[in-house]
Design a protein around this ligand. Structure first.
Ligand code: PMT
Length: 407
């Protein structure tokens, strides 16, 4: 059977309202607006008059293609002051000043941002930004506690250099973190994997030859990270065990960094004890140098060859007793179906996701992948070329079906 291709962005079909208040970090809200749009959101922006002192509404109008509401009395749309709130699937306030949070905590609505927050039933994500002493002040902390108690989610503020030149907690969370926090929040509200604990592996392993060299492979970790992010976006509690990769840890995912197969096995053994599903997208080395040197190996004068003796690594999937629904990958360059079916049985999997790593747009380092699923019952399902994030959702769709039948 062949499935239809479909474009799936993390925020496709979601109406997000971004509230911008008057902080020097308001300029970062333009990047955030752009990232929310790139993630597929239908975005509307509301601003306080103070925010307009820092960044022009035209910037957000250009980024969203929609009018930006600042003055609740001059809005073109009748009842705009509450309609924006009613349309929202989520409200993100970034940056949120101390004053904004004080108004939110006391239910005051002097501007469009606080008014939207009071008039919406949608989840609210707050990204504070201010001087570190303002953040630490008991009044601010009491307002944060009140808002948390009422169900608001917070992302940041981060530690670092502040506009005043001081170091401390008060920096606006990075736009990518805010998008991650929003996706997690929406997943926890209505994702089909809520309450499920899932474990994902990603990336290569580096098996040391000596302190400066290793045996590795071309895995970038993109496939595994996409699988972890998609699970988070569907509300799962995610543990990601990753080999050495150059990717930022996804927000809201518990990340464990490992280097070797031995470390990956140890981390996965621990993580899968209570898990509902394990998806093994990592590319662990099948062999490792038998006797890694404890000093840098030097070439002798005139030396033309060097022999490296390798010894077998444990098969992680085969060694792990459970993990819940078990999904493996098969990275092949030939005889894809034959090798994938053999691994499906040997590794006791519910299904295996096979990719031809020599095919254009597939395999190592790409943002897309074309995969074929082989199921324990014998069925085969070939999927079209999709983004790795879409492949990740296709995997979770099938894992969720199994949760449904096994529940
Ligand atoms: O990271 P990217 O750049 O995005 O690339 C993605 C990918 C090509 C790495 C990914 O799509 C993929 O195919 N991952 C599996 C790579 C691999 O090791 O395949 P394999 O056919 O050699 O192994 C079969 C399965 O056994 C895999 O689930 C693997 O994680 C697992 N395995 C392998 C060796 C080992 N010692 N222990 C294992 O558990």
């Amino acid at each position: 059977m062949t499935s239809e291709a479909r474009v799936r962005l993390p925020l496709s079909g979601q109406r997000i309202v971004l509230g911008v208040t008057g902080s020097i970090s308001a300029y970062k809200a333009a990047d955030l607006a752009s990232k929310l749009r790139q993630a597929g959101a239908e975005l509307e922006v509301v601003m306080t008059p103070a925010a307009v002192q820092f960044i022009a509404p035209l910037t957000f109008q250009s980024l969203t293609g929609r009018d930006v509401v600042v003055d609740m009395f001059s809005a073109r749309e009748a009842e705009a002051h509450v309609e924006v709130a009613r349309r929202a699937d989520a409200l993100v306030i970034a940056p949120a000043t101390a004053d904004c949070m004080a108004n939110l905590a006391t239910g005051r609505t002097p501007d469009m941002v606080t008014l939207t927050a009071l008039a919406t039933t949608a989840p609210v994500l707050i990204a504070p930004a201010m001087d570190n002493q303002m953040w630490a002040h008991p009044a601010t902390q009491a307002n944060v506690a009140t808002l948390r108690e009422r169900g608001a989610e917070f992302v940041g503020p981060n530690d670092g250099r502040l506009a005043t030149g001081r170091m401390g907690a008060g920096r606006l969370a990075e736009p990518a973190e805010i998008v991650g926090a929003l996706l997690r929040l929406l997943g926890l509200q209505r994702g089909d994997l809520r309450g499920r604990r899932v474990v994902v592996s990603a990336g290569p392993t580096h098996e040391p030859i000596d302190p400066v060299r290793f045996v590795g492979n071309r895995s970038s970790g993109k496939m595994g990270f996409a699988i972890a992010e998609a699970a988070r976006d569907r509300g799962a509690e995610v543990t990601l065990v990753a080999g050495p990769v150059a990717l930022a840890a996804p927000y809201g995912v518990r990340c464990i960094s490992v280097k070797t197969v031995a470390e990956m096995l140890c981390a996965l053994d621990e993580a899968t004890r209570e898990s509902d599903a394990l998806v093994m997208a990592a590319a662990p080395a099948d062999f490792r140098p038998a006797t890694p040197a404890d000093h840098k190996l030097k070439k002798e004068p005139g030396q033309q060859r060097m022999m490296l003796e390798l010894t077998k690594n444990p098969d992680i999937l085969a060694s792990l007793p459970g993990g819940g629904v078990r999904v493996g990958f098969a990275a092949e360059t030939q005889n894809l179906a034959q090798y994938a079916r053999a691994k499906l049985t040997e590794k006791r999997l519910d299904f295996i996701v096979a990719n031809d790593v020599t095919a254009a747009g597939s395999g190592f380092g790409t943002d897309t992948n074309q995969v074929t699923m082989f199921y324990a019952g014998g069925e085969v399902e070939e999927l079209p070329l999709m983004t790795k994030y879409e492949v990740a959702h296709a995997i979770w769709d099938r894992v969720a079906e199994r949760f449904g039948t096994n529940a």
